[in-house]
Design a protein around this ligand. Structure first.
Ligand code: PLP
Length: 365
């Protein structure tokens, strides 16, 4: 049976060089709070990781890089800290649940394309807006958003999780006040992320209490191996982006074109947005529920995911597609294909063949 992995927005395989680097350091006791030589060595690894990430992501001077267990934690940390300020908190309806379930005061609607209405940024609030959507790949007009937030004296936090490793990314060029990143979306390890933020603009309040690690804002002994792995993974970002924007985009476009030819009432969410990630497809198979599609492809060795976020093995309400003006009927028949840098045209052809087979079988009753 084929083994085709088309679920790279959920997680990527850890790169070989990241694994080797993590293995190299993992056999020594490494508590960065210890003052003996081994502890100091571990502390140095963490500071080196901060420096490395600073360079790879072009982090402005004066910004802090605060390591967390995940992007989910980084999003929670920044949003709950914002809640302690007197600013109203805004986000858009298509965000990841780690933002949507935060202390949000107002959810901004998106256009049918999935893009934000810039006019909705009109008060000096705290805005949390993702660069690229995890389900549709729709890229928000970040330059315009940053300008508009500055115009209204607001604060901007950007969830950059899906952008990194797929499109060029530089904190300095974007110009927001804070960024969330996650290791396992670009060849880094699972269970590590960071919040990168301007500590003059945002005062982080801890969610947990204990030791003084991470500026006293995120207590708990640091996961030195994962932090080191995350930093090493950031060094390969430019190379991943290059592959994504050439080879991967060609494969993605090929799949979309073939599917639209096979079935002219497929909806591809976000296809009319100005910019989209080069690896992502969120598309309906009319009349065939997402769960059934995922199970069918799985039975043929192809790993894809339901259009709606899948957590703890169940398909959530398709909030992203519905925010983009889809009926529940269509939204619940969505499949997400998210390609990785190693996927090939041959794999795409097999996927298309299986897609057509399922569609035809359903159409013929
Ligand atoms: N934000 C976005 C846009 C995501 O796609 C994800 C994961 O899918 C997260 C946040 C959460 O990341 P993590 O798994 O590191 O908690």
């Amino acid at each position: 049976m084929a083994h085709i992995y088309f679920d790279n927005n959920a997680t990527t395989a850890i790169s070989q060089n990241v694994i080797s680097e993590m293995m190299r350091i993992c056999d020594k006791p490494s508590n960065p709070s210890s003052i003996h030589a081994l502890g100091r060595n571990a502390k140095q690894l963490i500071e080196n990781a901060r420096a490395k990430i600073g360079v790879s992501l072009n982090v402005p001077k004066g910004f802090r890089i605060l390591f967390t267990s995940s992007a989910t934690e980084a999003n929670n940390l920044v949003l709950h800290s914002a809640k302690a300020s007197d600013r109203k908190i805004f986000t858009i309806e298509t965000e990841h649940p780690s933002v949507l379930k935060g202390p949000i005061d107002e959810f901004l609607k998106v256009k049918e394309s999935g893009e934000i209405n810039l006019n909705d940024i009109n008060s000096s609030g705290f805005y949390s807006i993702m660069i690229a959507n995890n389900e549709t790949g729709v890229i928000q007009p970040m330059n315009d958003i940053v300008q508009q937030v500055k115009c209204v004296n607001g604060i901007l936090h950007v969830d950059a999780v899906q952008a990194i490793g797929k499109i060029p990314f530089s904190c300095e060029e974007i110009g927001a006040n804070a960024y969330t990143i996650s290791g396992h979306k670009f060849g880094g390890p699972y269970g590590v992320g960071c919040l990168i933020y301007d500590s003059d603009a945002i005062k982080i309040k801890p969610l947990m209490f204990g030791g003084g690690q991470e500026y006293g804002l995120r207590p708990g002994t640091e996961n030195v191996m994962a932090i080191h792995g995350l930093a090493v993974a950031t060094e390969d970002i430019a190379q991943r982006v290059q592959i994504m924007q050439t080879k991967t985009k060609l494969i993605r476009d090929y799949i979309e074109n073939e599917i639209v030819v096979a079935c002219d009432n497929v909806r591809i969410f976000g296809k009319n947005a100005k910019h989209r990630l080069p690896n992502t497809i969120s598309m309906t198979m009319p009349g065939v529920k997402s769960e059934l599609q995922v199970a069918y492809f799985d039975s043929h060795g192809i790993a894809v995911s339901a259009g709606a976020a899948c957590s703890a093995g169940r398909v959530d309400h398709p909030h992203v597609q519905m925010a983009m003006n889809s009926s529940y009927e269509d939204a619940s028949c969505t499949l997400r294909v998210s390609l990785g840098i190693d996927n090939t045209m041959e794999e795409a052809q097999l996927f298309i063949q299986k897609w057509k087979e399922l569609y035809e079988r359903h159409r013929n009753g």
